[in-house]
Write a protein that binds this ligand. Structure first.
Ligand SMILES: [Zn+2]
Length: 298
C-alpha cells in the first residue's frame, strides 16, 4: 500500500445530508464474515440504507442512489421512502442531471441511477471494469448487483457520461475521492471538507463502525488484505486528526451521531456542516478536469 494520505483541498465547505431510505433486521453471524471465529455470541443487528447529498452554494452532488424498490424488496429489505420521493425531499429532482459520485457498483448504491438519465457519473475505472468483466457473474459477486443497473452504467459510459478516476481525485474543491478497495475491487471513499471538520464518507469501506474499530470484516469482501489495511488507515486518520468524523455506509447508529434534519426530511435524515462558498475560480478548474494519481490499493 502506498502512503497516499488525503491533503486539504481548496477552502469550499460542504453540507452533507445523510438520507435513510431503507432498513432490515438480521443477525451478526449473517453480516460478518466467518463470525464464529470471533467467539462472540450471535445476536440481532439492524442495517440501514442511505444515500448522501453534498451541497455547496455552487453545486449539489449526489453520492450513490441507494437501492431501487425492486432491488431492495427482492432481497427482503424494507423500503422506508419511495426513491423518487426521497431524492425530491432531499432537493435533487428526478429527471435533473446532478453530478453523481458512485462509490461502488452494488445494488444498494446504484439502484436508482435511471431516475437521472443525463447525470454525469464519477466512479472508479477499476470498479467499472470489474462489474463489466469476467468475474462479475460469479455467484459470490453477482448476488450484490442487478444486471440492468450495471447495464445502465455501461450505456452511460458509452454516451460519455461517466468520468473515470484511478487512485485519488479531487472532484470539487473540498471533495477528494479515494479508491481503497477491500469491499469491492474499486470501492471508493470520500473526504469532504465541512464546517465541522474533515468528514470521511466511508460508504461500504465501513458498513458498521465496529468493523474498523475492532477489525471485524463484513461478509461481502473482494480482498481481505485491502480490507484490513483500510481499517488500519481509518484508525490512523482518526488518531492523527486527518479525519474528524466518519460516516458509515450502513450502521443504524449513523443518523443519531449527527444533526437531525429539519423540514421535509425530519426523522429521515441528518446533516453535517453548513455550506459556505469556496474559491469559484478553482471550482471551475477542478470540475472540468479530474486529476489522478497512484491508488492506495494498487
Ligand atoms: Zn452497501
Amino acid at each position: 500500500m502506498s502512503e497516499t494520505v488525503p491533503a486539504a483541498t481548496a477552502p469550499g465547505l460542504w453540507e452533507i445530508t445523510i438520507v435513510r431510505v431503507g432498513t432490515r433486521s438480521t443477525s451478526r453471524s449473517d453480516v460478518y464474515l466467518n463470525y464464529p471465529l470471533y467467539h462472540q455470541a450471535d445476536g440481532p443487528i439492524d442495517m440501514d440504507y442511505f444515500f448522501w447529498v453534498l451541497r455547496s452554494p455552487e453545486e449539489t452532488i449526489l453520492v450513490d442512489t441507494s437501492f431501487s424498490r425492486h432491488g431492495g424488496e427482492s432481497r427482503g429489505r424494507t423500503v422506508l421512502l419511495e426513491p423518487a420521493d426521497a431524492f425530491r425531499l432531499a432537493g435533487v429532482e428526478p429527471g435533473s442531471a446532478p453530478r453523481i459520485i458512485v462509490t461502488h457498483g452494488h445494488y444498494d448504491h446504484i439502484g436508482n441511477l435511471s431516475l437521472f438519465p443525463d447525470a454525469q457519473i464519477t466512479m472508479s475505472r477499476t470498479e467499472f471494469d470489474f462489474w463489466t468483466g469476467p468475474h462479475a457473474d460469479k455467484p459470490l459477486f453477482a448476488h450484490s448487483v442487478e444486471a440492468d443497473e450495471i447495464e445502465h452504467l455501461r450505456q452511460a459510459a458509452d454516451r460519455g457520461n461517466v468520468t473515470f478516476i484511478s487512485g485519488t481525485a479531487d472532484v470539487a474543491p473540498g471533495i477528494r475521492l479515494l479508491e481503497i478497495g477491500g469491499h469491492t475491487p474499486g470501492q471508493c471513499i470520500l473526504f469532504v471538507e465541512t464546517s465541522e471538520g474533515t468528514v470521511l464518507l466511508a460508504s461500504d469501506a465501513v458498513h458498521y463502525y465496529e468493523e474498523y474499530e475492532q477489525d471485524i470484516v463484513f461478509t461481502s469482501v473482494s480482498d481481505l488484505v485491502e480490507m484490513y489495511d483500510s481499517f488500519a488507515l481509518i484508525r490512523q486518520w482518526e488518531a492523527d486528526g486527518t479525519v474528524d468524523l466518519v460516516v458509515s455506509g450502513h450502521d443504524p447508529s449513523t443518523l443519531g451521531r449527527f444533526t437531525p434534519a429539519t423540514g421535509a426530511l425530519e426523522g429521515l435524515a441528518a446533516t453535517i456542516g453548513t455550506a459556505t462558498p469556496g474559491d469559484t475560480t478553482t471550482a471551475e478548474d477542478t470540475t472540468t478536469a479530474v486529476t489522478t494519481t497512484e491508488g492506495v490499493h494498487s
